[in-house]
Design a protein around this ligand. Sequence first.
Ligand SMILES: [Zn+2]
Length: 204
Amino acid sequence: MIRIKGRFSDAMALRKGQTLKVATETGNQVADIWAFNPDDMSEYMSMEHTRSINSLLHVATGCRLVSTRRRTMLRMTVDSAAMHHDTLLCPCSPELYEEFGEVNHRSCTANLHEALAKRGLSCPCTPASFNLFMNVPVATDGSLTRLPPPCKPGDHVCLEADMNLIVVISACPQDITPINGKDCIPSDLLVEILDTPEAKESTA
Ligand SMILES: [Zn+2]
């Protein structure tokens, strides 16, 4: 079990066939997720391609998460919250917090590059994140609302890897909007890397 403290991040290797299980301990924490091809970091999980492949604005059970080269990186096999996970909003960044008058505020963007650097890796850009547990309903006029996660403590998602990956997970530090719950207090994520039969047992 890997515990990712609220506001912080971690990077991990996932082999083809393994399952990444991500849980929100409090039920009120968004996980910004990125995935990269470890052999070629210029291939990464793309929200644009994912929306196109699934013909869907969000990600739910059964959806594929695909790369900039349209290859399936992950499949969502379990979602105990049965929610619509956001693909639309950008990861939070130092510039976003500066707009709120906060300097030196931790951010998902900095968390991504920090976690990669700890593994001796880098990415010259900040790809759009997959925003697990982020609740952003789209109205019929196209407008977006930022709501707390519709989750209970321990809600989790399983993502099965279709190729070898480096995955980065950020426990989003957002504490100004209610995206991490109405109390606006970032909390911990619990991550497990399971062989797929084991994942099926633990979530049966
Ligand atoms: Zn964030």
